[in-house]
Design a protein around this ligand. Structure first.
Ligand SMILES: Cc1ncc(COP(=O)(O)O)c(C=O)c1O
Length: 418
């Protein structure tokens, strides 16, 4: 477009924008939360344990009482099947996997990951795939752990860079979402998983937090397959490097689900010793009702297919709107994920903050621009995380259209300023 054409376009985009502003919208696309329709599909879980129910776990333990510090056998069996690890290598926790991750890092700081506490080792660093999950970054920032950006390539983190970065012994770990990553919805390729398993970090207490939050969250039949990282690590003798975490938060009820951790026998032993001091046990009644409802991998699949049927139209609305409004404009790029909870949108460099701010002023809240990078600093100010799961379909249509409009305004403003 010529400068004149751009100016005219901007005027008409602004007029369109003012119409949105006058609607006094109040929409939220900021967090990856399930919507009410989706939550309704999990309500039967609550019927699985009531005053008339059998309260015993499969080994006879009364779930109303203390006992089974590391979880009931049937819940371990369920996640053993889902994650492909031995039940003995699983610990069942409370309602939040994020809490398990925070706690694990906290313990490494004060008591080490098998050797000297990280706190006593000077500057500690972590490698972080970018864009990534803001809550991982918050945990690391909270503990003063320096974050190193590892760009996500098509099939996972830039492994050439990772292999270089881990040569520094102050790099103690790597935080990642290997399947349907937050926010891009990418799944690490077999090659990437194998290279991760084969890493030879200089730090002998290097840990990878393998946050498999979206292991079951396929949107379509052609789901992504993630290689079993423990199987690959066994071939390289590196199982101690992996701490895998998952939860039923986006399977049942966020905040009222069940979290698990899977690790090598050595790590499980260490974590259990610490757990013994921390608690007398987690909520076994919740574990019981979840296993009675979900039953096994096949049961989880059926349930997840029901949830996917609610989510698919929401993803479609956003993806179709992006294509209709921004396709071919050169103003943005995005991927169509096969699962997970997010769509990641890259706009023109320097335009993400402006677009998100414009949305906010018109009443649509998005995840803050920059949040998908450590310290909230997107070096190119271009990534926007779209969370299409929470708003009802009608609201989502408006929010997606407004977002596209704001991306156009920010983009045209930038082109005019150049
Ligand atoms: C990658 C990832 N991990 C963990 C969580 C939080 O899980 P939980 O509810 O088990 O703490 C989320 C929530 O959005 C997530 O996206």
């Amino acid at each position: 477009m010529t400068k004149n054409e751009l100016n005219e376009t901007l005027s008409s985009l602004r007029r369109e924008y003012e119409e949105y502003v006058s609607k006094n919208l109040k929409l939220d696309m900021s967090r990856g939360k399930p919507g009410a329709t989706q939550l309704n599909l999990s309500m039967s879980i609550l019927n699985e344990v009531n005053a008339d129910s059998e309260m015993k776990a499969s080994d006879g333990t009364d779930c109303r009482n203390y006992g089974l510090l590391d979880g009931i056998p049937e819940f371990k069996a369920l996640y053993s099947e889902l994650l492909g690890v031995d039940p003995q290598n699983i610990i069942v926790f409370g309602n939040s996997s994020l809490n398990v991750m925070f706690d694990y890092i906290s313990q490494c700081m004060t008591h080490g990951a098998g050797s000297t506490p990280w706190l006593l080792q000077g500057k500690i660093k972590f490698a972080c795939p970018v864009p990534g999950y803001d809550r991982h970054f918050s945990i690391l920032e909270y503990f003063g752990i320096e974050m190193i950006n590892i760009p996500m390539l098509e099939d996972g983190p830039d492994m050439d860079l990772m292999e270089e970065v881990v040569k520094d012994s102050s790099v103690k770990g790597f935080f990642c979402v290997p399947k349907y990553s937050n926010p891009e919805g990418k799944t690490f390729s077999d090659d990437v998983v194998r290279r991760i398993a084969a890493l030879k970090p200089a730090a002998n207490d290097f840990r990878i937090l393998w946050d498999n939050a979206y292991s079951e969250h396929d949107l379509y039949d052609n789901s992504d397959e993630l290689l079993n990282v423990f199987e690959e690590c066994k071939k390289c003798g590196s199982e101690d490097m992996i701490i895998e975490i998952a939860s039923t938060s986006k399977i049942s009820f966020p905040g009222a689900g069940v979290a698990v951790l899977a690790a090598s026998s050595k790590n499980i032993e260490t974590i259990k010793k610490r757990m013994f001091v921390q608690t007398i046990g987690y909520d076994k009644l919740n574990q019981l009702r979840h296993t009675r409802y979900l039953k096994n991998k096949a049961g989880v699949k059926v349930h997840m297919q029901e949830l996917a049927a609610v989510l698919r139209p929401k993803f479609k609305i956003v993806l179709d709107t992006l294509e209709e409004q921004l396709g071919g404009t050169g103003l943005a790029e995005w991927l169509k994920p096969n699962g997970g909870y997010f769509i990641s949108l890259d706009v023109l460099d320097g335009c993400a903050k402006r677009a998100v701010e414009l949305c906010k002023q018109a009443g649509v809240i998005l995840t803050p621009a920059g949040a998908t990078f450590p310290y909230g600093k997107d070096p190119r100010d271009r990534n926007i995380r779209i969370a299409p799961t929470f708003p009802p379909v009608e609201e989502l249509k408006i929010a997606a259209a407004l977002l596209c409009l704001c991306v156009k305004i920010a983009g045209v403003e930038k082109l005019l300023s150049e």
